[in-house]
Design a protein around this ligand. Structure first.
Ligand code: NAD
Length: 490
């Protein structure tokens, strides 16, 4: 592993101060394009979480009692500062998790716009009066939960942090954030930029560290009223159990195994572009909404697979910072090993490899700086058995499985035969067919003749094991507000 440059040291942000972990330990952050340790972050744990919750609780009174319009002003000024630094910020994310520039850059720019959207929503928070009794005045209020916990995954750390934190703050909560242990740096930098705005100390606190220590301590902390978690379904289950002792409100954005469904009448060139982009260039498949199951109508199966192969083999793998790169590495060594294990298990289970399957040193010459990186080439398996692990489990890498279907009904059965229900793509020129699919597919987002489009003004959430609650959309602040009903007898 190259050691010529000293790693950058980052610090937690607690009560407005930068600090190391109380235990003095650090976690290495590795650039997955080279395998080099480029940064170190504090390995915080329950003691740091406790301190952060204390600061968030102390800051709550003044933050929640600020008029919503003032909270909105503070959020807008933070967005303006972040915009000045957005190039630094997306580059940090790309260095930490390998997300290529053409994804990381617009994701950060969009998340800054989302802060402004949430600032606008703050000014729309309102309850309602209800005409129930001639002798009483009755109305409802919307109130923030209090101190809330945000737990962020590594595939789009900064964008997810900005989206969650701005909604929680707009609603009047104060927050403790646990970034992903392998990609915390951009969140720490963005948090430091709070000091340049009108946010009081303690309104936002960042504790870095491992999920099983810092993350679980946040979920279990009695002073935390709500937890919003984005990550795997397995961790979502653990968080649900851990939060049950205190009956915490949960918002869970979890995993997916989303189908892209291609009918024979589709515009096949456009469908092949969209389907390939939906899995391979979607952060090398490390997107919750990656279209990892490709269902293709039988008459066009071979033709469509050929089109996917042409697109996959033309993709440029390389540095995430290079604008010419289509696909970067997977984010860290453990993920690299996990994806390679799926490559082996899919073949062992009898799925047929159509293209791809090579990784690591097979893809770059030994003298390349990427020879030690965690690259996996776009890979496609074919099977008719939806029971295989490659069809059922979220791989979170540039690996797709294609399956043929014989009828509309068969396509729906295959698509819905999954524990997940995050998203689905439908490719057809038959509008009535598209509408029938939209109604019958079990997924929180459906795309027709496009894929992987998201916007802060449209609700996003998972069905089934893909999550509970939503983010985005005009009612998104409701996730961060409780009801209080009032009766006043005259
Ligand atoms: P992960 O579940 O391993 O970790 C996510 C976060 O949870 C990290 O910060 C981690 O430290 C923390 N964590 C781990 N164990 C914990 C515990 N016991 N208690 C509290 N916190 C804990 O997920 P990941 O590997 O970082 O991210 C990939 C997953 O995220 C994929 O499954 C992907 O589909 C999902 N994801 C979902 C969405 C969505 O909106 N539905 C978006 C992005 C990613």
């Amino acid at each position: 592993m190259p050691t010529d440059r000293q790693p950058e040291m980052f610090r937690q942000f607690i009560g407005g101060e930068l600090c190391a972990a109380q235990n003095g330990r650090w976690i290495d952050s590795i650039d997955p394009a080279t395998g080099r340790v480029w940064a170190r972050i504090p390995d915080g744990n329950a003691a740091d979480i406790d301190a952060a919750v204390g600061h968030a609780a102390a800051a709550l009174g003044s933050w929640r009692s600020r008029p919503a319009a003032e909270r909105a002003v503070a959020l807008r000024s933070w967005a303006a500062v972040l915009r000045e630094y957005q190039t630094d910020l997306w580059r940090i994310d790309a260095t930490d998790n390998g997300r290529p520039r053409r994804e990381a850059e617009p994701a950060v720019a969009g998340a800054i716009q989302q802060i402004e959207y949430h600032a606008g929503l703050a000014e729309t928070i309102c309850g309602s009066t209800v005409d129930i009794s001639s002798s009483a005045t009755t109305y409802s209020l919307r109130e923030p939960y209090g101190v809330v916990g945000l737990i962020i995954p590594w595939n789009a750390p900064l964008a997810m942090f900005l989206a969650k934190v701005s909604a929680a703050l707009a609603a009047g909560n104060t927050v403790v954030v646990k970034p992903p242990e392998r990609a915390s740096a951009s969140i720490l930098v963005a948090a430091q930029l709070f000091t340049k705005t009108g946010f009081p100390a303690g309104v936002v606190n960042i504790v870095t560290g491992e999920g099983r220590t810092a993350g679980e301590a946040l979920v279990r902390h009695p002073g935390v009223r709500k937890v919003s978690f984005t990550g795997s379904t397995a961790t979502g289950r653990r968080i649900t159990e851990a939060s049950s002792a205190n009956i915490k409100s949960l918002n869970l954005e979890l995993g997916g195994k989303s189908p892209s469904i291609v009918f024979a009448d589709a515009d096949l060139e456009s469908a092949a572009d969209g389907v390939a982009a939906g899995i391979f260039t979607a952060s090398a498949g490390q997107a919750c909404i990656a279209g990892s199951r490709i269902l293709i109508e039988e008459p066009i199966f071979d033709e469509f697979v050929d089109k996917l192969k042409a697109r996959a083999t033309a993709m440029v793998l390389g540095s995430p910072l290079d604008p010419a790169t289509d696909m970067g590495p997977v984010a860290f060594e453990g993920q690299f090993d996990k994806v390679k294990e799926y490559l082996d298990s899919a073949a062992a289970e009898g799925a047929r490899l159509i293209f791809g399957g090579r990784s690591g040193g097979d893809l770059f010459p030994p003298e390349s700086e990427h020879a030690g990186g965690y690259f996996i080439e776009p890979t496609l398996f074919v099977t008719e058995d939806n029971g295989l692990r490659v069809c059922r489990e979220e791989i979170f890498g540039p690996v797709a499985v294609a399956m043929p279907f014989g009828s509309e009904r068969h396509a729906i059965e295959l698509a819905n035969d999954s524990e997940y229900g995050l998203a689905a793509g439908v490719w057809t020129q038959n509008l009535p067919l598209a509408h029938r699919m939209i109604r019958r597919l079990e997924a929180g987002t459906i795309w027709v003749n496009t894929y992987r489009r998201l916007h802060w003004a449209l609700p996003f959430g998972g069905q089934k094991a893909s999550g509970i609650g939503t983010s985005n959309g005009p009612t998104t602040l409701n996730e961060w507000l409780e009801h209080k009903s009032v009766w006043i007898e005259q």
